[in-house]
Structure formats: structure tokens, C-alpha cells
Design a binder for this molecule. Sequence first.
Ligand SMILES: [Zn+2]
Length: 348
Amino acid sequence: MTLSKSLQKTPVTIITGFLGAGKTTLIRHVLENAKGRRLALIVNEFGDVGVDGDILKSCGVENCPEDNIIELANGCICCTVADDFVPAIEKLLALPQKPDHIIVETSGLALPKPLVKAFDWPPIRAKLTVDGVVTVVDGAAVAAGRFADDPEALLAQREEDQSIDHDNPLEEVYEDQLLCADLVILNKADLMSKDEIASVTDQINTTVPRAVRVVETHEGKVASEILLGLSAAAEDDLASRPSHHDHEEEHDHEDFDSFALPIGEVADVDAFIARLKNIADQFDVLRIKGFLDVTGKPMRLLVQGVGTRFRHQFDRPWTKDEKRNGALVFIAEKGIDRAAVERALHAH
Ligand SMILES: [Zn+2]
């Protein structure tokens, strides 16, 4: 390594975006097309089952070996910056071969701004810079109105009771993630019409007060040249990234709930997925994901649901020293009836 390179700050890209927007798929694509860059990753998840970290570790890319991937599952990264995030990033900088670029995947409920603020701390700023905040948007979900309050319902509510708190926690997290972005990836554009793409792009440009590029894609297929190397130095530019939580000492994630449920051996995958779709619909579950043990199959089944949209695939063989324990994590707005979800899961 040359002297000038050793003095250079290591660039860090923060990938944020709401639950199920497609962050992990996008990062996997970057890892597989790193073009010789040595990458390291910090993966943060809201739920108790480490699905995203596991998917990324199992991709076996030479430029990003398992030692370069750190999972932070202890809640949202924005709340544990000092305790978890800073030590993790120091560990990556101390690797025998220093990474050329570090990617941080936040949980779907994390607020990116507190994380960017951490890069303004003198010991961190001396070594690292935020190359860019990339916000992945589930275009199809936005087009379907998931993040916007229904204006008519709101009006009816107001007529009934003036005192109702109209804050929509989904909308707030979604907007906070957009407001911090240097680049917006409009994912799942293949599920949208031309008009929907135009209107969602418009909506994003209205929300973000700065000019920000919006790139359409599907399956997270974005060239690493577009994502990495933005040289935004976001830590120097906090003032132009407003947040709904700017005037709070602390924020919390009490608007959301998550729990993991063990799932016994599944014999009929299609019937089981159909049941999950019903549960997602009935209980308004935002995200269901995890691994299943399917009768007679040597591989585990990866299941990912966003709202009522589900996909599944066998992702890798169960290893010899691992129990075939199926488990799914459920993430929803506060107040989901866990016992009722369990009953629905086991009903035949
Ligand atoms: Zn937080």
C-alpha cells in the first residue's frame, strides 16, 4: 500500500430503505460485481433471526470473505451507534487487509441520520467518510400507497375526533430515509406502470429538498459504479438532511413490533405460503422472512414476504452440524396479536 493510500479515508456507503425494499439483494449484486474492490459489510436487522447477514455470508464472494461481514442484530443501528456500530467499524478497519470500501446495510426501520452523525465524531472522521447514503425504495409499494395516509380516511377521522394523532409511523420512517439520501434506487420498477414510475419519482423529488438522482431498477441490479464512489462526504452536510426526529434527544421504534416463531417441518410449501399470505393480509404484517425445513429436501427454504407478496427459494444445503430448525420473523406495526398469528399459522 502506498503512503497516500494509507492516509486516505476509507469510504463508507450507507444503504437504507424500508422493510422489504430490496437492500440485501442490491448489496449481493454489488458484492458479485465488485470488480476487484475489497469490500466489507455491516448488516443490521430489526428482527431476531439474522436472515440478511446469512444470505450475504453464503454468497461466498472472494472480495468479501465471511470475516469481512459483521452482523448487528441488537435492535436498530441508529440507537446503538456508540455501543455496537463504532466497535464494528473499528474491527473492519483492523482487518489484515484493510477494505477498500465499507457498506453498511441498516435495518428497514432505522433512521439514517443518527448513523451519518457518528461519522462526524473526530476519531471516526479521521479515518472514514460517508461516500453516500443510498435509499432503496420499494416502488411498487409506494405506488400502491403503503406509506401515504389515505386522504379520505383522514378527513373522515378528523370530522369524528379532532384530537386523533394522525402521525403515520410508516410514512415517517420512509421519509426520514429519503430525506438523508444522496441517491435513490427505485426498486421493483418492473412491477410498476410508466405512469406509476413518473408519479412516484415526482413524489420523491417533492419530499427531498435537494436535487437527488433517482435510478429505476428491478431485483436490485444496479452497477457498482453507480452506487459506490459518490464522494458525498455526507458527514459534512448534515444540515441539508432534515429528519422528523431533529428536535428530539432520543427517538424510539415503539411504533413497531417484531417476533420470531419456530416453524416445524413443512410438507406442502405452496399451501404453507398461501397461509402466510393470508396472515400477512389479515394482520397487516409488513415483513415475514426466514428459513424453513421442507420434508425430504436437503436444502433449506428461504422465504421472504413484503406485505402479501412472497417469494421463496432453496438457498443452501443444511450443514451437518446444524439443526434443521425452521423459523420466521414477523414485523408489523405495534399492536399485532402475536397469539392470534400463531393460531392462524397452526390452523389447518
Ligand atoms: Zn433508532
